[in-house]
Design a protein around this ligand. Structure first.
Ligand code: PEP
Ligand code: MG
Length: 590
């Protein structure tokens, strides 16, 4: 049995499929016949030439969009691709050992990795990212189609029939994207905390997931049976028959309850005494927008646009963005869609931003901070959002606002952009509201000043918590500090809610705690009425709130604010939860 962090609730019994990292132990493949050597070398050279051309156009485009220093990283990649010694090494492995171009490339890259491993730690990590990027690029030209390891795993499901559980050191955000509608039944990773983007995507798909399971990759082989319990972060490898049948029974109960809850889709969202709440969806793409409709979400409280960028090798232009946003709006009929401007950085990196060598990426050059230097990318996105505003109800949300100066700066850019669109005669939505994500403690503390300059706010509790407790939400060693049931977070939230109430400013909470039963009881008791969460949680939260009265929840919140430790808060709320609805406890994380 292995213990990690339960990051997406649910139980699954299934068969393991390992996702090897790019530099994983790929089996070497040889050419069937030496006569294939010249053609194989030709194929490799062609892939290199295509990669180099692609990188050259990137350098141009990124330099134009983001400035010359941002293009630096691609210049480095282009140099690596064009490196004559790389090419000579691959050629000689094909010629002398008759390896395929793909295997030869892997061997050479493993050699580089070994050299870099002897270099200083941070630099090594940075260089490894570049190496992985360069390999992926040449590989994608070699095989001419990018079949991700995740797609491969989905193929295994289709062929085998047994549920597939992905086991990986780490699922990169762009890989997590390709989870899409693939039939993956569970996820176990060595890295990552409960608010890592891979975890968030697992939740939005309702896939049970456990992360922070140290050493799991050396324990599990593809094909092993496994049990994943996403409620308490437990993973069983090669369980005995008894455990399997016991867990299969719980798995059935879990899914039955889930199916029953889906039936509340068309019921109004309100508490037992009739107080209305808005249950909104956090989405990343069209599949999520469909999922939101399926569970009866009242709108989109958070549309994380970075996933469009993460899945692109290149900067998506205004037209492409406009079309993407328009599609989301068309698929969320008559509902407000809150589009968040780019929130890259932290665990979401794209190569074209040229960010490198930051010792603390979560404390660094991320999100809106990037645009203070490079407003072009921001303005392009704002244009696309404003234009999409013609096709439905759109709100625009700015992440990671820390100071009033930053807010005034972005507000001014939006104002200028509206003016420019008007002058150019380009149609756009005139009534697009703008809002601030409150997720940096400085903004929460100075909330009164922020509220004077914004139409609405949305609390990003994932980041707010990690910055409040100074603990990286994706680092399993300290992730337990990122606890929503904490005295500090509830005190900060109470102040923010009170300020919003005084000024009549609409407030939503869109962090993960909006979909977790025990924290929701307190949030509702503190007066919050707009909750935005992964679509999969909406039926549970609707059922929960319908079983509690406003007075009850206010009493819980009042009591919680008197408590001084997370432990006390947790045990108090666990008892209340048990009284209100013992069946919904299944959907809670510990
Ligand atoms: C948050 O920080 O709570 C949030 C919703 O944003 P993200 O998780 O995308 O950083
Ligand atoms: Mg955030």
């Amino acid at each position: 049995m292995h213990k990690g962090i339960g990051v997406s609730p649910g139980i699954v019994v299934g068969v393991a499929h390992r996702v090897e990292s790019v530099l994983g132990s790929l089996e070497q493949q040889s050419l069937a016949n030496p006569s294939e050597i010249p053609a194989e070398i030709e194929r490799f050279d062609q892939a290199v030439a295509e990669s180099a051309a692609e990188l050259d156009s990137f350098v141009q485009k990124v330099a134009q969009e983001l400035g010359s220093s941002a293009a630096e990283i691609f210049r480095g990649h282009a140099q690596m691709v064009n490196d004559p010694s790389l090419q000579a090494q691959v050629h000689s492995l094909i010629e002398d050992q008759h390896l395929t171009a793909l295997s030869a490339l892997q061997v050479v890259m493993h050699g580089y990795a070994a050299v870099f491993a002897r270099l200083q730690q941070d630099l090594f990590r940075e260089r490894m990212t570049d190496i992985r990027d360069v390999i992926l690029r040449i590989e994608s030209h070699l095989v001419r189609k990018v079949v991700t390891p995740i797609e491969e795993a989905a193929g295994a499901t289709r062929n085998g029939g047994e549920s597939v559980i992905l086991v990986a050191h780490e699922i990169l955000p762009s890989q997590a994207m390709s989870l899409g509608d693939l039939p993956i039944a569970g996820i176990v990773t060595e890295l990552g905390g409960s608010t890592s983007h891979a975890a968030i995507l697992a939740r939005s798909r309702g896939i049970p997931a456990v992360s922070g399971v140290e050493g799991i990759m050396s324990e599990v082989q593809s094909g092993d049976m496994m049990i994943v319990d996403g409620r308490d972060g437990m993973v069983l490898v090669r369980p005995d028959q008894e455990a399997m049948s016991a867990y299969r029974k719980v798995q059935r109960e879990f899914f039955n309850l889930k199916d029953r809850l889906i039936a509340n889709r068309d019921l109004p969202a309100k508490s037992a005494d009739g107080a209305h709440v808005e249950l909104l969806a956090n989405i990343n793409n069209l599949a999520d927008a469909h999922a939101a409709q399926k569970v009866g979400a009242a709108g989109v409280g958070l549309f994380r646009t970075e996933y469009l960028f993460l899945t692109h090798h290149d900067v998506p232009d205004e037209e492409e963005q406009y079309e993407f946003y328009r599609q989301i709006l068309l698929n969320s009929p008559n509902q407000t869609v809150t589009i968040r401007t780019l929130d890259l950085g932290g665990d979401k990196t794209v190569p074209y931003l040229g960010r490198r060598g930051e010792p603390n990426p979560f404390m660094g050059w991320r999100s809106t901070r990037i645009f203070l230097e490079n407003s072009k990318l921001f303005v392009t996105q704002v244009r696309a959002i404003l234009r999409a505003g013609r096709h439905g109800k759109v709100a625009m949300l700015f992440p990671m606002i820390t100071t009033l100066e930053e807010l005034l700066f972005v507000n001014n850019l939006v104002k200028e952009t509206r003016g420019n669109l008007r002058r150019e005669g380009v149609a756009f939505g005139e009534d697009v509201k703008t809002g601030v994500m409150v997720e940096v403690p400085a903004a929460a503390v100075c909330i009164d000043a922020i509220l004077r300059e914004t139409d609405f706010i949305s609390i990003g509790s994932n980041d707010l918590i990690q910055y409040l407790v100074a603990a990286d939400r994706d680092n399993p060693k300290v992730a337990q500090l990122c606890e929503p049931l904490s005295p500090a977070i509830f005190r900060v939230l109470r102040n923010v809610f009170d300020a919003c109430q005084r000024t009549g400013t609409p407030v939503t909470l869109c962090g993960e705690m909006a979909g977790q039963p025990r924290p929701v009881l307190v949030l509702f008791g503190l007066g919050l009425r707009r909750f935005s969460m992964s679509p999969g949680f909406i039926p549970t939260i609707k059922a929960l709130l319908s079983s509690v009265t406003t007075a009850q929840a206010e009493r819980f919140a009042h009591h919680v604010l008197q408590l001084n430790t997370s432990e006390e808060i947790r045990s108090y709320l666990t008892a209340r939860m048990h009284e209100i609805s013992s069946s919904l406890e299944m959907f809670d994380t510990p």
